[in-house]
Structures are given as structure tokens and as C-alpha cells.
Design a protein around this ligand. Sequence first.
Ligand SMILES: Cc1ncc(COP(=O)(O)O)c(C=O)c1O
Length: 333
Amino acid sequence: MTMILLASNENPLGMPESARRAAAAALPGAGRYPDSNGTALKHALSARLDVPADWLVLGSGSSEILELAAQARVMPGEHVVYSQYGFVVYGQVAGQVHARSTAVPARDFGHDLDAMRAAIGEDTRLVFVANPNNPTGTFIEAGPLLAFLESVPPQVTVLLDEAYGEYLSPAQRYDSIAWVRRFPNLVVARTFSKAYGLAGLRIGYGVAQHGLAGRLNAQRPRFNVSTPAQAAALAALNDGAFLARSYQLNTAGRARLAAGLHELRLASIPSAGNFLMVQVGEGRTVHARLLAAGIEVALLDNYGLPHWLRITVGLPEQNEAVLAALRDLAPAR
Ligand SMILES: Cc1ncc(COP(=O)(O)O)c(C=O)c1O
């Protein structure tokens, strides 16, 4: 039985063909160390985003950008703020640097920015905001997010995690790079793992003004991004057709999943990402039964959400399969 993997918010299309070819072409050069400056990719990103190349930090996935931000900004005992149900790695990263952390109670499963602002104290060094957030899929409009950035004291770094930014609708999109130009304390983190389809190659990036980007780069392991990963990311960045296809597939699939869950009388949270959080009763039981039916979704008890599961939007037939499996389980729930 081929498993249907809907547990890790990967792109169901897999790698773009353009990136596969670029990575393959780069492989013979992998007997040498990679370009530690990621020159070609940074050049392309710099042109795309209209920022100097030294405002960019390449990471082994955007996870590493989160780690570098904590290493660069937080001393043991200092304070980190994020949202309850914020991406689980924020708490882990804070723990790695021995920070004191506050998970600010969520509002309607999403970030309560007023409460997060209020949680910032004298010794707060770093605030994580995911937009959209994983696993809830919740989205903060540009207006309140900008007001939050304006309210944060300049000595506090804000890491705005846009791992799922490419899935936002045109009406939801905002220009966070313009905010980076305005706020020297802002890092925007992005990834090639989701809409660009390169999760296994491990590549993401951060954008911040020169001083802050320099501090992150100073913490960065020298050869943290492999040659094939850099080549694939460059190809994917230039593959507008693949990105458009990923966006369309996700938008349609997410709507279909949401409608199907609604028909099954299962509550889900409106999502701006490539996944849906759904309330199923006993999460572990339903998770195990879906596994037995050949479908892997994500448990959320590590978020304190044992009655919810997270389902990544898949190919149309995969979405139908998960809905059919949930329908079959209905008597058991
Ligand atoms: C909100 C969020 N940020 C960051 C990441 C990290 O992804 P990666 O390290 O693959 O870029 C993820 C992955 O699931 C995520 O959900």
C-alpha cells in the first residue's frame, strides 16, 4: 500500500522539474564545499526582493533562520515571546538558547497581538510571529501586523515567519520586505520547503537589515546549505509556472477539503496555509485509523490540541481519499 502522506505540509506536487534538473546538474560539483555565501541565489533574491545581498541569510531550511535569530539575539535567561499554538519550533529554539519563554494565550486559535505586546518586558529579546501560523492556519491582516511592529520596542527582534506566505490570496498579501526596510529589528523568514517543493533539500532564507542580518550570518555554520540545494532553489525561484500551479492546486484543494469536512460535520479552522486543522474527537484514535487506511496526517497533542488533527492539502484524489476515510470512520467517532 502506498501511503498518502499529509502530515508535514509538503507540496503534493513534489519538486519542480526545473529544480530537479538544476540539482542534478549541480551534483558533480558536490565533491567540493558549497559556496558559503550562496552568491548566485543571493544575487537572484536580492534582485527579486530589491534588497542588498548582505541583507540575506541562507539557512538549512527556514528552521535554521529561527535558530540563528535566537542564537544571535538571546542570552541564557533572557525572554522570548510567541503565541500559544504558534509553530512548535519556537519553544524548542528558545529552549536551545536557555531562554525564558512565554507562550501567550491564543485568541480564536490565532495570535493575540495585543497580549503579545503586553508580554514584552525589559528582558525580552525576540518575538516569533507566524503568518499564516502552523498548525492553526490562522492569518493576521497586514494592518494589525504593521501596528504591532510599530509598537514593539526597537531593542526587541521580531521574527516574522512566512513559511506559507506563497499560499496567501492576492487580497491577503502584504509587502513585508518594505517593513524590513523600515524596521531594523525585523527578520522575515521564508522557505523553499513548501510552495517551492524542496523540503528535503533543506533551504530557506531570512531578510533583515545589514546589522541584524550580519549578526545572524555570524552565527551561521559556514557550509550550511549544499550546492544542489542552492542550485535547486535558484531554479525554483525562477519557475513562476510551478509556483502558480502549486498555489492553484492548494487553493482549490483546501476549499474542497474544508467543504468536505463541513459536510461530515467536522469543525475546521479557516486556513491561509496548505493544511487544515480539524476537530475529530479523540485525535489519537482517528489518527491511528487513518494510518490503517493508508493516510498519514499530523497529531497535535504536542500543541495541547489532542482533539484536533492537521491535514495537509494533497492532490485532488488524496483529498478525496482522506474525506472518504473520515466518512467511513464516522460511526467510530
Ligand atoms: C510556520 C513554519 N515555519 C517554519 C517551518 C520550517 O520549515 P523549513 O525548515 O523546512 O523551512 C515550518 C515547517 O513546517 C513551519 O510550519
